[in-house]
Design a protein around this ligand. Structure first.
Ligand SMILES: Cc1cc2nc3c(=O)[nH]c(=O)nc-3n(C[C@H](O)[C@H](O)[C@H](O)COP(=O)(O)O)c2cc1C
Length: 276
């Protein structure tokens, strides 16, 4: 079982200390490595590391996370095209960085809404955007009161049950939580369910048809309309990353591709996994 995936939590309160040289090196190397990777639709993104010059919350004020994130010593972020496939790939690659940092016990939180994009405007041109950034730092052991209030507001510890997220063969049969061993692709489903999502809306839906797993988005009505891009596509990239982690753990080989799939009016089809 992947502890990094199952036990990751958004960290909004950090120890008030700068990153060590080792942590900086590790983060920079990870970012360089991720810049060489491609998402499920074959697109790259460009990630950057922002080590704060002014100490801690001073710089965070400019970046506009002040009030949401306490004492962030550094940030990373990424740039991509404001296009359907690119945004999904961005979600996938950004989550790769988040999970790798989690393995090293570093704290992160996806920030797609609560930061000041204009602080990074000098980095983007044309059709490019910065869909999200995240602090990188040493998590404070306990949640602060402010963090508890945020977590309560978005019900951050809640995850929808399997039978609201997953279907077997058709959309009439939600996957009931039977004995785990009886559930196909159990690890993948567990990891998708544990994923972070914008405002914890958990818009991912999966339909399993024997050797095929189809992934869909159930867009949350009127959500994220003030943003210049469909933020829930990032959640879909995250789901793909988590699903894949489960298949890898079970040593299954697969292809990610567009396949014929059942339709449902409220759902937008994203991609499928074809298991060998
Ligand atoms: C695409 C995306 C955007 C997010 N944007 C923000 C944000 O702007 N501010 C914030 O405090 N949390 C943000 N979050 C964090 C979610 O609120 C959090 O992942 C969710 O509530 C689940 O909690 P957990 O990460 O602790 O499991 C975002 C998460 C995702 C995936």
């Amino acid at each position: 079982m992947r502890d990094d995936i199952l036990n990751r939590r958004s960290v909004r309160t950090y120890e008030k200390r700068k990153l060590s040289d080792d942590t900086k090196k590790l983060t920079e190397a990870l970012i360089l490595q991720t810049n060489q990777m491609k998402g499920p639709f074959g697109h790259e993104a460009h990630f950057f590391f922002h080590d704060q010059q002014a100490f801690l919350d001073d710089d965070a004020k400019k970046i506009g996370t002040y009030g949401f994130v306490k004492n962030p010593p550094a940030f990373f972020g990424g740039i991509t095209q404001n296009e359907f496939e690119h945004l999904i790939d961005f979600g996938y690659l950004f989550e790769h960085i988040i999970i790798e940092l989690t393995k090293h016990e570093l704290g992160t939180v996806w920030l797609g809404g609560t930061f000041n994009r204009s602080a990074f405007n000098f980095m983007v041109s044309g059709h490019e955007i910065i869909p999200a950034i995240s602090p990188v730092g040493y998590p404070l052991e306990k949640f602060s009161l402010r963090e508890k209030v945020i977590r309560f507001g978005i019900q951050a510890d809640r995850r929808k049950p399997f039978n609201e997220l997953f279907y077997l063969n058709d959309f009439v049969h939600p996957l009931e939580t039977l004995i785990p061993h009886d559930i196909p692709y159990y690890h993948s489903l567990l990891y998708v369910q544990a994923g972070p999502s914008a405002s914890n809306k958990q818009p991912w839906r999966l339909l399993i048809e024997d050797k095929k797993i189809h992934l869909y988005l159930e867009p949350t009505p009127n959500y994220g309309t003030s943003l210049s891009f469909p933020i829930q596509l990032l959640d879909m990239g995250i789901a793909i990353y988590h699903l894949e982690a489960g298949l890898k753990e079970d040593r299954l080989s697969y292809q990610m591709k567009t396949l014929e799939h059942p339709e449902k009016e409220s759902l937008k089809y994203i991609i499928s996994f074809l298991i060998d």
